[in-house]
Design a protein around this ligand. Structure first.
Ligand code: NDP
Length: 248
């Protein structure tokens, strides 16, 4: 177990990649708080599953778009779980559309959740990290933010913004022993991808050199590495996990 006695918060823990990250953290011995938006039943069952690993769990129905609620969540984690060492900014949404069809709301919802949500959680935890002179932040961006994808101008902008945020913050806080990195998954089998049309999925797989979609475990393994001592000389980096999609 590499994260014993650590406390982590994961945004968007109830489904997909976030859920996998919460379970990985618990298996590695960390106490885990997670936020979610609507999935009350999934949150209750995830809490139980985390606790099966013998660690503490805290489920928080907190919209990451809300700065003040995010601040309360961070304070709650520090009081209830006795500190905070790790942030995983994972909550994210898509509203894919061609730009000519994209509404102001499609744009704003995605930027507010993905990019501002990352700011909100990080901003509200960073003072504690600076004071304790330690901390580890992993942001979940996307290959879309690296290479751009059609019908994702909103999503790619939010994810490219997260990459800029990651690099800037890494430079700013490295003197305090805090590391900040990002992972950029390609297509991973979660609700986000199952919503895509079957014919589009077939077309996508043809463009992935490893000829498959990724699994949640393909992402959690890299997040675990970035939270471990094995990566102690790595900061401000973006690890692409896309089966080779971005080299085509
Ligand atoms: P899912 O759609 O499966 O899950 C999204 C999670 O985010 C849910 O737990 C959801 O909560 C939560 N969430 C959404 N909006 C908010 C909000 N405003 N406040 C708090 N929580 C919120 O997503 P994935 O697991 O597929 O994706 C996770 C991350 O990985 C995202 O940032 C995504 O952009 C990124 N990613 C995913 C890829 C993929 O192929 N799946 C590829 C590249 C990046 P609730 O259950 O309550 O709705």
């Amino acid at each position: 177990m590499i994260l014993k006695n650590k406390v982590a918060i994961v945004s968007g823990g109830t489904r997909g990649i976030g859920r996998g990250i919460c379970l990985m953290l618990a298996q590695e011995g960390a106490d885990v708080a997670f936020t979610y938006l609507k999935s009350v039943d999934e949150a209750a069952s995830l809490k139980k599953e985390i606790e099966k690993s013998g660690v503490k769990a805290l489920a928080l129905q907190v919209d990451v778009r809300d700065f003040d609620k995010t601040k309360e969540a961070v304070e709650n984690v520090k009081t209830t779980l006795g500190g905070l060492d790790i942030i995983v900014n994972n909550a994210g949404i898509t509203r894919d559309k061609a730009l000519m069809m994209m509404s102001k709301e499609d744009w704003q919802d995605v930027i507010d959740t993905n990019l501002t949500g990352t700011f909100n959680l990080s901003r509200n935890a960073i003072v504690a990290f600076l004071k304790q002179k330690s901390g580890n932040i992993v942001n979940i961006t996307s290959v879309s933010g690296v290479i751009g994808l059609a019908r994702q101008t909103n999503y790619a902008s939010s994810k490219a913004g997260i990459i800029g945020f990651t690099k800037s913050l890494a430079r700013e806080v490295s003197p305090y022993g805090i590391r900040v990195n990002a992972v950029a998954p390609g297509f991973i089998e979660t609700d986000m991808v199952s919503d895509l049309k079957p014919e589009y999925k077939g077309q996508l797989i043809k463009n992935i050199p490893l000829e498959r979609f990724g699994k949640v475990e393909d992402v959690t393994g890299v997040v675990k590495f970035l939270l471990s001592e094995a990566s102690s000389f790595i900061t401000g980096q973006v690890m692409i996990i896309d089966g080779g999609l971005s080299i085509r």
